[in-house]
Design a protein. Structure first.
Length: 94
């Protein structure tokens, strides 16, 4: 901080961090030494500077009805793997 003026640098800048014997932390950027301070409150997103993040609406997956032609073909393949017939399933569910 030069003359108690706050300076902010961009992320990814190459710096040399120096910790003094008294515990204070200094930063060397382009052969200039800057004193650092701890932020009291830090928010991840700023309403002033950051764009508003739109929350995506959760969608329920569409499950076609049993009468749908693709659904019936898929169900018949399943029953064939189980060595059952559609008529046996209809009698058991009725």
């Amino acid at each position: 901080m030069k003359n108690s003026e706050e300076l902010y640098f961009t992320r990814g800048l190459e710096v040399l961090v120096i910790e003094a014997f008294n515990g204070e932390i200094y930063v060397n950027i382009a052969d200039k030494i800057y004193h650092t301070r701890r932020l009291e409150i830090h928010e991840l997103h700023s309403n002033t500077f950051d764009e508003v993040v739109e929350k995506k609406k959760e969608r329920c997956p569409y499950i076609p009805p049993q009468s749908h032609p693709w659904k019936l073909a898929s169900f018949r393949r399943y029953l064939n793997k189980q060595n059952k017939k559609l008529e046996d399933y209809d009698r058991a569910s009725a």
